[in-house]
Design a protein around this ligand. Structure first.
Ligand code: HEC
Length: 157
């Protein structure tokens, strides 16, 4: 009885597997779009922040507030350039991550470390869980502005 079931399951698997290969062109496009959408969504991180509007030029009042929060709550673990201390250096974040991802990482770090593949990779490298710093969304937005200013400063040097 069990054997019969296993054989049936095997046949079903083979049929499904073959079916996947014989994808029509329109199915292929649909699948690729879906994959692209999933990847893009991944890049936003997990959390409340879905859409960030950036300032150009950067808002210097926000940069100043972001710097003050950085010095108080983040500097112990994050350098502004060079190599990792406890957490990764913030150099290059502007190009490496989407703004939404950065803000979700700051305001929703526990969930990000549990669910977001990029955050999980960082955790593997750093082997320390970034603690929740109780940063409000407004403060996180100021920190983002400071992170961008830092990259502009690094590029000048
Ligand atoms: C106790 C150390 C510690 C403190 C304090 C800390 N972090 Fe982190 N942070 C980490 C670690 C470690 C990681 C890498 C992910 C992990 O292992 O949890 C990280 C990752 C990050 C990342 C992602 C970096 C990248 O390369 O993508 C951002 C952004 C970040 N932290 C922002 C902040 C902000 C903003 C603060 C202050 C409000 C802060 N962190 C305070 C340890 C810390």
């Amino acid at each position: 009885m069990m054997k019969k079931f296993l054989i049936l399951a095997l046949i079903a698997t083979v049929i499904i597997a073959c079916g996947e290969k014989k994808e029509s062109p329109s199915q292929k496009i649909k699948r690729e779009r879906k994959e692209q959408a999933a990847a893009a969504k991944d890049g936003l991180g997990v959390g409340e922040i879905k859409n960030v509007t950036l300032n150009n030029p950067l808002n210097q009042e926000m940069v100043k507030r972001g710097l003050a929060i950085y010095e108080m709550k983040c500097a112990a673990c994050h350098k502004l350039k060079g190599s990792r201390v406890v957490g990764p250096s913030w150099a290059g974040l502007m190009d490496k991550r989407k703004p939404e991802w950065v803000m979700n990482m700051i305001t929703n770090v526990e969930v990000m470390l549990d669910k977001d593949p990029t955050a999980q990779k960082l955790l593997e490298e750093c082997m320390t869980r970034m603690p929740n710093q109780n940063v409000s969304i407004g403060d996180a937005r100021d920190i983002l502005e400071f992170i961008y200013q830092n990259d502009l400063d690094n590029a000048k040097k």
